[in-house]
Design a protein around this ligand. Structure first.
Ligand code: FRU
Length: 493
């Protein structure tokens, strides 16, 4: 049975999306069908296609009562919208269907698990939102909410757990066919932690353990957890709120955290071995992963950040895009991210140069555009005298440019979008400490109209930014202070 609230949302998006011209969207990143998008939800491979849902307010380009938008793709790059999947139409989720995930049930149905939000009025008249986990089961288009919802409530919380910060369930199937689910939570001091629940059938759940706890190290509340095995290690991903920087890790505000460790076989505890930021740019939050049929672990994030949402042109009918799906691996104990290999099928018009040596600003014939995949290898022109600075500038014309620069002596890569047309006093630059020797660096830069994703040294560090620079600013140039020798291969996408 489809509720009136869902029917209205479906009707609305179908009409309203007609006002959005295809060229006013990203080319191969998923953007909201209309209105507002945040976190990726329910990222899964179901019935031969990737399904990606998202936090969605169709009615305006600002966050409000959350629905789940829905799109499908066979290659993670060409997306087709499906009708809104979930609407806030039950008592237990009337104030929002918050983030969650998906799994395929043994009978072939697709199960969504999400956070239902219900506001309550306190005796003093103030309101607070209770968060509980709910499920819905469907066929890849229509989903029916389970009669027994909510399936996880405050009664399932461990000692001191906050029922107001209990959200974003990420479900996974174990090898014995049963299910596990990690959920974000915090204690009474707002200190974040990841709770692990288990279930035989996905409907009835038990608290298992606190899988990972912050102990006041990385921000406060931990949102959007994920938990998976990768290259023989166990990985916990979370998006902590209110972070404080530690050196070049964990810039202030809403950040992303990756914990790599292993399970202690006797105690069943997750033992942390390494921690790092996931993205070192500006716009990346709430990532979620899925397993591709060929075994790749693929992650996609909201290509935005709560703190920088004001960087949005007022006339835009849509707000919010997803990052490029990224293939994950672990190398030398660190998380490595690479653009999904499917992107190679989009490459056209190859232009390449080898051993270009320069000492100032240069432009190269055929190197321009706003939908671009570009690989650069940089090294000193003179090994006795390493250059001081290299930069590549893009989305460039007489007035505008966004740049990635590299200072070999400091080992710093910096992204700077202050000349991207933004009129807001929000963060426009970010610096990342990278691994480099002798002035050598590899950069892969992917541009898609409104964003740049910079993969440093084959995915050891990634810096992601959105930019709303006018599309006519499509110049690309290179700068050297000192002598740089560069190889470059560039494709249009
Ligand atoms: C993260 C988040 C989630 C929540 C959702 C609400 O960006 O705050 O914790 O489920 O957004 O839209």
């Amino acid at each position: 049975m489809i509720s009136q609230v869902l029917r209205d949302a479906r009707k609305y998006e179908e009409t309203a999306e007609k006002a959005v011209a295809a060229e006013s969207r990203p080319g191969f990143h998923l953007s909201t069908r209309i209105g507002w998008m945040n976190d990726p939800n329910g990222f899964s491979f179901y019935n031969g296609e990737y399904h990606l849902f998202y936090q969605y307010n169709p009615y305006s380009s600002h966050w409000d009562t959350m629905h789940w938008g829905h799109a499908v793709s066979s290659d993670l790059l060409h997306w087709r919208y499906l009708p809104v999947a979930l609407a806030p139409d039950m008592d237990y989720d009337k104030d929002g269907c918050f983030s969650g995930s998906a799994v395929t049930l043994p009978d072939g149905r697709h199960m969504l698990i999400y956070t239902g939000v219900e506001k309550e009025i306190r005796p003093d008249g103030s309101t607070c939102a209770i968060q509980r986990q709910c499920v819905a089961v469907g066929d890849g288009i229509d989903y029916e909410k389970y009669q027994g919802n909510p399936v996880l409530t405050e009664n399932n919380l461990p000692e001191g757990g906050s029922k107001y910060d209990f959200r974003d369930p990420k479900i996974f199937q174990k090898t014995d066919g049963s299910y596990g689910c990690v959920v974000g939570n915090c204690d009474k001091d707002r200190d974040g932690r990841v709770l692990l629940f288990t279930s035989r059938d996905g409907f009835s759940w038990n608290f298992d353990r606190i899988l990972a706890a912050n102990h006041e190290r990385f921000g406060k509340m931990w949102e959007c957890p994920d938990f998976f095995e990768l290259d023989g290690k166990q990985v916990v991903i979370v998006s902590p709120q209110e972070m404080m920087p530690q050196g070049f890790e964990y810039h202030n505000g809403n950040g992303t955290l990756c914990l790599i460790g292993k399970m202690d076989e006797t105690t069943g505890e997750f033992v942390e071995e390494h921690n790092q930021s996931i993205d070192y740019g500006i716009d990346f939050y709430a990532p979620q992963t899925t397993l591709a049929p060929d075994g790749r672990r693929i992650m996609i994030g909201w290509m935005q950040n709560w703190d920088t949402c004001p960087v949005n042109s007022p006339e835009r009918l849509w707000f919010g895009q997803m990052s490029l799906p990224r293939e994950l691996s672990i190398k030398d104990g660190r998380l490595i991210q690479k653009p999904v290999k499917e992107i190679e099928n989009l490459r056209r018009n190859k232009v390449s140069y080898k051993n270009i040596t320069f000492t100032d600003v240069i432009q190269l014939d055929g190197i321009k555009g706003r939908k671009v995949d570009m690989e650069l290898s940089i090294q000193p022109g003179n090994e006795q005298q390493i250059y001081h600075k290299f930069a590549v500038r893009f989305a460039q014309d007489g007035n505008y440019q966004t740049s990635v620069s590299f200072r070999p002596y400091e080992k710093i890569v910096k992204i700077d979008r202050k000349f991207s047309g933004s009129r807001q006093a929000v963060i426009h630059q970010r610096r990342s400490l990278v691994r480099t020797e002798g002035g050598k660096l590899k950069l892969r830069i992917i541009l898609d109209r409104f964003s740049a994703e910079i993969f440093v040294n084959d995915g050891e560090h990634v810096l992601t930014v959105t930019m709303y620079t006018n599309q006519t600013a499509d110049g690309i140039s290179f700068f050297a202070d000192g002598e740089v020798t560069m190889d470059i291969v560039k494709y249009d996408l």
